[in-house]
Design a protein around this ligand. Structure first.
Ligand code: NAD
Ligand SMILES: OC[C@@H](O)C(O)[C@H](O)CO
Length: 305
């Protein structure tokens, strides 16, 4: 097929045959390439293309039994998600959280799978099961993660490996398995990693070497996968939360640190879980259709202070 034969027209856009990013306005000669992927489009009163921004399809959320993964899951459902599968190692919290979501969103299909994201075989099987249960995997949010506050000089190899295994390798394994399914579907998708301000600069005052390194590497994982998978219509982005008011930040020895974090934050406080969800919805929805390879920092200005 010649390059011009694959160019989408405005008519294609109006008939929902192409991605929003491929919609050409009259006189726009820009050459855009990529597979034609159906998305919901609409016509406004004057007959021009109008996009309905919203979350479409089904999502897998790793770490959805935790605070931020749960808040993000809820936000996707509020914005139109049809089906949700939570992957987590904590079935007690996972099951109570999916029950709460099911009560609030009775028409959505909401499920839980116990899976350790560091186990490649289990992750791949869980993505296959999710596809059977929900019909597709269109969105992946990677929230599963652990923090480690051991001083570098005392850190054991096992501790170091565990942080990197869960935060970095586990996120990659989930992204790879989800992307294989998205490619099979041929409909593209959105993957969002949870990095951190710790991936941008060293936390203070708590020592968090392995955590900081894992989150910094996630930022490069996101960029590399965005570059490789754009051809399949798969967008890969990350969010970098600052200090959010969650259990993760209530651990041993963090009481004093919390006061220091707030004193170094221009807004003078930690964030709430729901304050993270706007960035998640943007990156997961059609509103973010031309956003890939980027990181959104949600930190009340912590990294600029
Ligand atoms: N809370 C914050 O201030 C903050 C800031 C920046 C980044 N983050 C990141 O956000 C994510 C979620 O943080 P949170 O505060 O909700 O923590 P959380 O502890 O409440 O949630 C983490 C979840 O991950 C799950 N998990 C851990 N290891 C797993 C594994 N091997 N396989 C599957 N699931 C596993 C846990 O069971 C838990 O439910 C983490 O990646 C964290 O690093 C948090
Ligand atoms: O950088 C902030 C967070 O990633 C994290 O919540 C904190 O450092 C954990 O103590």
């Amino acid at each position: 097929m010649s390059p011009s034969a694959s160019l989408p027209t405005e008519r294609d856009a109006l008939t929902s045959r192409v991605l929003p990013q491929m919609i050409l306005s009259k006189g726009d000669e820009t050459s855009l390439t990529g597979p034609p992927i159906p998305v919901a489009t609409d016509l406004n009163a004057s007959g021009r293309a109008r996009l309905r921004f919203g979350v479409q399809g089904n999502a897998v959320v790793t770490g959805g039994a935790g605070t931020l993964g749960f808040a993000a899951s809820r936000a996707l459902l509020e914005h139109g998600l049809s089906g949700l599968m939570i992957f987590d190692v904590d079935p007690a919290h996972g099951k109570s959280k999916i029950q709460a979501l099911q009560d609030e969103f009775p028409t959505a299909k909401i499920c839980f799978t116990k899976v350790d994201i560091t186990d490649d075989i289990a992750v791949s099987a869980a993505i296959d099961d999710t596809t059977k249960t929900l019909g597709s995997v269109d969105i992946l949010l990677c929230f599963a993660g652990v923090v480690n506050c051991t001083h570098a000089i005392d850190m054991t190899a096992a501790e170091w490996r565990r942080t990197l295994d869960i935060n970095l390798t586990g996120s990659f394994l989930c992204a790879q398995a989800a992307a294989k399914q998205m490619i099979k579907q041929g409909t593209g998708g959105s993957i969002v990693f949870t990095a951190s301000i710790s991936g941008h600069r060293v936390n203070f005052p708590q020592p968090q070497l392995s955590y900081n390194v894992s989150k910094s590497a996630l930022l490069m994982l996101k960029s590399s996968l965005a570059a490789e998978w754009a051809r399949y219509g798969i967008r890969v982005n990350s969010i970098s939360p600052g200090y959010m008011d969650t259990i993760l930040n209530e651990g041993d020895g963090l009481a004093e640190a919390r006061a220091i974090w707030a004193s170094r934050n221009p807004m003078g406080r930690m964030g709430t879980p729901s304050e993270l969800t706007g960035a998640v919805v943007l990156l997961s929805s059609s509103a973010g259709s031309y956003i890939t390879g980027t990181d959104i920092v949600v930190d009340g200005g912590q990294v600029v202070f």
